[in-house]
Design a protein around this ligand. Structure first.
Ligand code: TXA
Ligand code: MG
Length: 317
């Protein structure tokens, strides 16, 4: 991956406007929130979201949280409910994320939801984050701004330790108050604590007037087994296809012109392939018995692509 000059930005209005422009152009901006620094990209832009995974060196496509400035914006992406309203009234803006049913047709990359029919939404309280979200005017996907497997960053210096040269900019607003990732509550449909955080289950249960059981093995939410059924298309998936069999939908990678139905990346670009992955699987999953996929090189983002593909191809119950 080529090095990028990472701009160090402060929290002036000009700097925030510049950061919003970088997001609009498909760039990556690390932004301060009250929990941890997030690695932000335009959640509506497949390629920008794919670059998040590349910059983090994430070996799999975990679904990401989208960040929005206000409730009106949130409601464009989710199916709202009374329970969601109660939680929002009590805790937003703040260090809390809700997982809600994805609104059909919501303008968000399938790479954000990892192809699932729910989406994680958050309205952060940090003034700089809010100003950036308002200036940008759309959903910002943001996992913690660190290389995969490293500690979550609570200062812009931490971000630069692992991401300098891999992202377009970092917005500095000093230290994050909470220092721990947001609490995640699932409301699709029953209240479930998906990740503990500053806002505890008692407060959530009181707000909702019902218990909020902790999901057992919550760390497994993003682990292979747990999500495999959501990842799977209806068609069978056959990997490392060396030739096409009759009746198969054909998903290529750097294929000869005309030799497949859809090509993840005709030029062999893994960022492009990742950006197209969920979208193309979805498009090919209409009627064919099987989707055959050409081999994708097992390097860089290819590792995450192959992780996703092998889940889609795993034996079903
Ligand atoms: O405090 C935070 O939440 C930070 C800041 C930057 O906002 N972000 C963050 O994002 O921690 P990330 O990507 O590191 O964690 C997102 C978590 C993952 O554990 C993922 O599995 C879960 O949210 N998640 C996202 N979408 C989900 C969904 N539809 N269903 C269940 N879990 C979901
Ligand atoms: Mg993280």
């Amino acid at each position: 991956m080529s090095q990028i000059a990472t701009q160090r930005l402060g929290s002036s209005s000009e700097d925030i406007a510049r950061a919003a422009g970088i997001l609009r152009d498909g760039g990556l901006v690390a932004l301060p929130t009250e929990t941890v620094y997030g690695l932000g990209a335009d959640a509506g832009n497949d390629r920008a979201v794919a670059r998040i995974y590349e910059a983090k060196g994430r070996p799999s496509f975990n679904p990401l949280i989208i960040h929005l400035a206000d409730l009106e914006a949130v409601k464009r992406f989710v199916i709202w409910s009374d329970a969601a309203q109660k939680v929002a009234d009590a805790f937003w803006p703040g260090p809390l994320t809700m997982v809600l049913p994805l609104r059909p047709g919501a303008p968000v990359s399938k790479l954000v939801t990892a192809g699932m029919d729910t989406i994680a939404v958050r309205m952060p309280a940090s003034p700089v984050a809010r100003e950036l979200l308002r200036a940008f005017g759309g959903p910002v996907a943001a996992p913690s701004a660190n290389r995969s497997g490293r500690i979550s960053p609570t200062r812009s210096e931490h971000v630069l330790e692992t991401l300098d040269g891999r992202i377009e900019a970092v917005l500095d607003a000093g230290r994050c108050d909470v220092g721990l990732e947001s609490t995640i509550i699932g409301l699709a449909p029953k209240p479930t604590l998906l990740r503990p955080g500053r806002i505890g289950t008692e407060a959530l249960a009181q707000t909702l007037g019902q218990p909020v059981p902790e999901r057992k093995n919550h760390e497994k939410i993003s682990a292979p087994g747990q999500l495999s059924s959501h990842y799977a298309p209806n068609a069978r998936v056959r990997l490392n296809a060396a030739e096409w069999l009759p009746g198969e939908a054909r998903l290529g990678f750097k294929a000869a012109p005309g030799d497949c139905d859809l090509d993840l990346s005709p030029s062999g670009d893994l960022v492009e392939a990742a950006a197209n992955l969920f979208e193309y699987l979805h498009r090919l999953d209409t009627g064919a018995d099987a989707i055959a996929v050409m081999p994708v090189p097992h390097v860089g983002l290819g590792v995450a692509i192959n992780d996703r593909l092998s889940r889609a191809a795993a034996p079903r119950d």
